[in-house]
Design a protein around this ligand. Structure first.
Ligand SMILES: Cc1cc2nc3c(=O)[nH]c(=O)nc-3n(C[C@H](O)[C@H](O)[C@H](O)COP(=O)(O)OP(=O)(O)OC[C@H]3O[C@@H](n4cnc5c(N)ncnc54)[C@H](O)[C@@H]3O)c2cc1C
Length: 272
């Protein structure tokens, strides 16, 4: 429960409202390893504490990287930190993407907006252990070209063998030469083998519901091979306070990554 003091080593701008922060422990202590999909509680002293997914490389645990979109007071304070500032960090917490279940199979990653951040460590893992997986398919949608995260990396991932990376935006503008449309429109460019596909999804809940419907109804992917990361407001992050309760689950300790099989009866229920 006690935050460990960390120093901001670097801040890089990803989009107009989204920044990646690199943190290192102030006392030089070794960091606990994290698994792709896990999150930390970041404490901006005097402002508040909030859950943020770890978006860096799991094989470089000494450098904790977080990608934060400024949406309110705590996230605004976070993205306003400068190198040398300190922050409190608790964690890592929560469940991870089931990368073991994807071994020997095609891994399909579907992300919307800031949802690419918790999936990036999974992509790093697959690219590092390329022989363990068959195809890597990344489908990514953002509101506009200016909102696409990790643009250089998207280009370099697409150059990897047996890897397909497709992006789309809701509104293109005059200079955009890429695809326009919601992320589900990308499925028409992808050939899926349902019996050997594991899907990892993160984005706005409405987007995740449409992606799941496409995968399950139209593509025949089994509910137990579909995984999603959920978000709810959180306080303690260790299952005591109940803030993040979602039906019978606490998102902080039973999630944030769930199989769709676990959530089927809850997803889309009004005000849950
Ligand atoms: C497990 C987990 C991982 C997360 N990872 C990231 C991440 O990698 N990067 C990132 O930028 N954000 C992430 N978030 C969301 C982030 O924690 C919230 O955006 C943040 O708490 C908002 O705090 P605020 O004070 O800036 O805004 P507030 O004033 O609290 O909220 C601003 C707006 O955002 C909405 N909001 C607040 N919290 C959430 C939430 N958890 N889910 C959906 N909407 C919310 C509010 O309803 C309001 O409309 C994650 C959340 C969870 C639960």
């Amino acid at each position: 429960m006690c935050p460990q003091a960390h120093r901001v080593e670097g801040v890089s701008r990803e989009t107009q409202d989204t920044f990646s922060l690199t943190l290192e422990p102030c006392d030089g202590a070794e960091q606990p390893r994290f698994a792709p999909g896990q999150f930390s509680m970041l404490y901006v002293f005097g402002v508040g504490e909030l859950p943020v997914s770890i978006s860096g490389d799991p094989e470089q645990p000494g450098r904790l990287v977080y990608t934060v979109r400024s949406v309110g007071p705590a996230t605004h304070a976070l993205v306003s930190r400068r190198p040398g500032d300190s922050l409190g960090v608790r964690g890592p917490f929560g469940t991870a993407w089931p990368l073991e279940a994807g071994r020997g199979k095609d891994l399909l990653i579907v992300a919307g907006g800031i949802g690419l951040a918790p999936l990036r460590p999974a992509i790093y893992h697959v690219l590092r252990h390329r022989d363990d997986y068959v195809r890597l398919i990344v489908l990514y949608g953002a509101r506009s070209p200016r909102d696409l995260l990790y643009r250089k990396e998207l280009v370099s991932w697409a150059r990897s063998p047996d890897t397909q990376v497709l992006t789309t935006v809701d509104y293109g503008g005059v200079s955009w030469r890429g695809r326009v449309g919601v992320v589900t429109t990308l499925f028409r460019h992808v050939r899926l083998h349902p019996d050997r596909t594991v899907a990892l999804i993160c984005g706005p809940e409405i987007m995740m519901r449409y992606v799941i419907a496409e995968l399950e109804r139209n593509r025949g992917v089994c509910a137990s091979d579909i995984f999603l990361s959920m978000e709810r407001n959180m306080k303690c992050a260790v299952g005591f306070c109940g803030h993040c309760q979602y039906g019978p689950h606490f998102i902080c300790k039973d999630g944030p990554v769930f199989s769709y099989h676990q959530l089927r009866s809850l997803l889309g229920k009004h005000e849950l």
